[in-house]
Design a protein around this ligand. Sequence first.
Ligand SMILES: [Zn+2]
Length: 296
Amino acid sequence: MEKRYQSLSLFEFQSRFPNDSACREYLAQLKWSQGYACVKCGKGRHCAGSSPLDRQCTSCGHTESPTAGTLFHGCKFPLLKAFYIVYYVSTCKSGMSSTELSRKLELRQKTCWLFRQKVMKAMESSGHFPMAGKVDVDETFVGGQDEQATGRSQGSKSLVVVAIERKGRGVARMYGKVIEKADRKNLKAFMGEHISPEAQVRTDGWSGYQGLEEVYPRLVREKSEKKGKNFPQLHRSIMMFKAWLRGVHHSVRYLQAYINEYTYRFNRHKMKEGIFENLLKRMVAAPPHPYKMVIA
Ligand SMILES: [Zn+2]
């Protein structure tokens, strides 16, 4: 399974992408795979632009590069290194921190950090594949001094609602979202994004879930037991996420982005098809995510 997970070996990666122009070519192919239409005027005819692989509209003269309008937009360091970041973050079992990327690729840590945020943006769930089987939902606190604390009062910690889909004794998929408070509105919104109405949903007795049977007719609200006793798979998943967060990133700022990254890889841990190619596709399809949006 490990081997499938790392569908593209480092050796294969290096022979496919020996230099910047190979990367540009790959991006151009991805970007215009469905044909070309000018982003300014919508016309479909183009000629070559001044730089290799750029396309210039024959109607209005607008020139577009393979990276324009994608998450690679405005990348100030070699494209090949950007591809390495996408490769490492998608194929390493626990991802790779910006510090480690910086060492490996001889880039500034801050540069790696910022580009990594863009990769994480591409890892955001599309919400197109809601969980429809046996689903457990609960909230947890992440960060702060005392993660074992019970109750729902908020300190320096972030409140996160987490859902998993159980399969046998294991977990097939996982999603999470940072929420302000565990009220009905927030819980319902999160569940609407990731859980299908047909799902067999299990929650604890918390009042925030009250009345959600309207949307989820098969919802069961089980009486709460001591933290961690009920819903063992869910709590194991949460513990593993927290351990990963502490081990790799040591920080809970930009927590939602880290949740996206973790669940993206987790939900594809059995994927046979290339996780790296999938992520590159998403990076090309997603609009730019400049620094001021990252820190917003
Ligand atoms: Zn045009």
